[in-house]
Design a protein around this ligand. Structure first.
Ligand SMILES: CSCCC(=O)C(=O)COP(=O)(O)O
Ligand SMILES: [Mg+2]
Length: 240
C-alpha cells in the first residue's frame, strides 16, 4: 500500500472532499438511471424551455463550443462519450430536477457512506462535494436519496466551475474557496487521474475501489473498498 504522502499524515484529516459517481453513489445509478433519464428528457427540454434563461445560456455555451452544429446533436455526441462539459451538466441537472420532483428519481447511496459521513460530521470533520455534475444536480441527488435529504451534511458543493477534476488547479481553487489547507483535506474518488491531480495540489488521497463498480485499484494512492476502511486508514471516527 502506498504511504499517505501528506506532511500531516500522523493526524486525521480535518475535512473530506468527496467525488460522487463510483465513490458515494453506484456508477450503475448514474449510467443506467440518471444519464438515460436526461437523454430522453433533453429534446423536450430544449424545445419547450428554450426561453428559460438557464436553458438559453447553456444552449448558447454549447453553440460557442461547437459552432455550426445543432445543439441537441452536439449534446448527444457528448453524452455518447460521457464528456464532462459544463453546459451538458447544467442541462442534465435541469432534466433531473423534474424527475426528482415527481418522485421518479431517488438516489441509492452505498450503504457504508451515510453512517460514515454522519459520524465524521458529528466529530467536526468538514465535508464537501466535488463532482462533474452541476452544483444544482449535486444538491438534487443528495436532496432525494433513499435515506431522505442529506444535503445538510455538506458545507460546500463544487463543480466544473472550479475547473476539470483532472487538473491540480481545480483543487487549489476549491481550497481557496473553502478556506481549507490542502494538507488537512482528504479527497476520495474512484478515478486515479482525479486523485493524481488532488495529490499534486497537496491534498491527501484515497481511491475508493468498489467491487460493485468493478473499479480497478491503482498502485499510486491508498485504496479502500468502503468508507469504514477509510476511517480506519486515516484515523477518522468509526461509525457504530
Ligand atoms: C451530480 S450526480 C451526476 C454526476 C455526473 O453527472 C457525472 O458526470 C459524474 O461525475 P463525478 O464527477 O461525480 O464522477
Ligand atoms: Mg467518480
Amino acid at each position: 500500500m502506498p504511504p499517505d504522502p501528506s506532511p500531516s499524515r500522523s493526524t486525521p484529516p480535518r475535512a473530506v472532499l468527496l467525488d460522487i459517481e463510483g465513490t458515494t453513489i453506484p456508477v450503475s445509478f448514474v449510467h443506467d438511471v440518471l444519464f438515460p433519464y436526461a437523454r430522453a428528457a433533453l429534446p423536450a427540454l430544449l424545445r419547450e424551455h428554450a426561453d428559460d434563461p438557464q436553458v438559453r445560456a447553456a444552449i448558447a455555451e454549447v453553440t460557442r463550443l461547437a459552432p455550426g452544429v445543432d445543439p441537441l446533436t452536439q449534446l448527444e455526441a457528448w453524452m455518447d462519450r460521457d464528456e464532462k462539459i459544463a453546459p451538458l451538466k447544467t442541462l442534465q441537472g435541469i432534466a433531473w430536477a423534474q424527475g426528482y420532483r415527481t418522485g421518479r428519481l431517488s438516489a441509492r447511496m452505498y450503504p457504508d457512506v451515510l453512517p460514515a459521513l454522519r459520524t465524521w460530521s458529528a466529530a467536526g470533520i468538514r465535508l464537501a462535494v466535488y463532482s462533474s455534475g452541476s452544483v444544482a444536480a449535486q444538491k438534487l441527488i443528495y436532496g432525494h436519496t433513499d435515506e431522505g435529504d442529506v444535503t445538510a451534511l455538506f458545507d460546500g458543493f463544487y463543480d466544473l466551475a472550479m475547473g476539470g477534476k483532472r487538473a491540480a488547479a481545480s483543487y487549489a481553487h476549491i481550497m481557496a474557496q473553502a478556506g481549507w489547507v490542502a494538507a488537512d483535506v482528504l479527497f476520495l474518488s474512484d478515478v486515479v487521474a482525479e486523485l493524481d491531480a488532488a495529490a499534486q495540489a497537496g491534498l491527501r488521497t484515497c481511491q475508493i475501489a468498489r467491487s460493485e463498480d468493478g473499479t480497478v485499484a491503482g498502485t499510486t494512492h491508498r485504496v479502500a473498498a468502503t468508507f469504514g476502511e477509510v476511517s480506519h486508514m486515516f484515523g477518522l471516527p468509526v461509525a457504530a
